[in-house]
Design a protein around this ligand. Sequence first.
Ligand code: 76R
Length: 285
Amino acid sequence: MRHPNVPESLEGWWILHRMYSFDRIAWDRLDAGERKEIVAEAVKAFESLKHNDADCGLAQLLGHKADFMITHYARNYEGLAHAQIVVDKLRLSEYLMPALSYVSVLELGMYEATAKIHAALAQRELKANTPEWNAAFDEMVAEQGKSPHFGGRLWARIPQRRYVCFYPMDKKRGEQVNWYTLPYEERGRLMLDHGKIGRTYHGQVTQVISGSIGFDQYEWGVDLYADDPMVFKKLIYEMRFDEASSKYGHFGDFYSGVQFSLDQLETYLDGTGVPALNAEVLQPA
Ligand code: 76R
């Protein structure tokens, strides 16, 4: 993608969200010993999906749309396929009814950087879209991936903050308004404004934007993580007044809940309390 109308993006983790309804009634009918066995098997499996090249996060969701969410990160697409099989084979899966899933890849947008790369290449004596030009372009994009601005975020692990909010979204492609027919500079300006609002929440919220064009129903998945759920309401509301959202944003269903650590799976499944998010212990690969 080297067309001057198309902003480049850098990609990191492959991401699979899986939401389920949990059959708590059937679970409660099991005897204590069997529940313990199923929990132990599941915890072991989730731990095996959490190492240097993968991550796995659990959350209790609120509301009827789904009860339980697993978030998988993997270095490649096959890693997600593997995670899916591992979970499907668990005895626990007998009590989990699929409610939604979402496939995407962590993405950092590069409106400003792409424009700068095109400008820098225009200064050189290279003809656009020749192999030499393409190589120089690709190299400059890859270089950005190593920069302090982008680098650390491509492979950041699932944020360990108590509250999570997930929703998919599109940028409108309607007859009246169409994000994709706006001139590049205009889209760049709108994303800059978007980022400005976002940055006033810096520290209060961790956003993970993942691209899902070609993989799932919407164009992006949005994950927000915070230490206070009210931050989601404030931030998302404020963004609604920003043109990139007010005019061009189109949203899917919202899912929100509490993240909890793997060692709290039993608490969640047995319903003995609200499962906690304890300090993360990373298992060796
Ligand atoms: O990556 C950066 O931090 C630079 C600025 C930035 C980009 C490029 C940024 C900042 N976002 C970017 C891209 Mn975002 N973001 C959303 C939503 O609910 C809504 O109205 C929209 C959902 C929220 C809440 C949010 C929050 N962002 C994107 C893209 C890709 C668009 C494209 O490429 O065309 C989408 C779909 C999207 C959606 N954004 C921020 C935030 C926050 C909080 C920030 C600041 C982060 C920080 O500085 O900590």
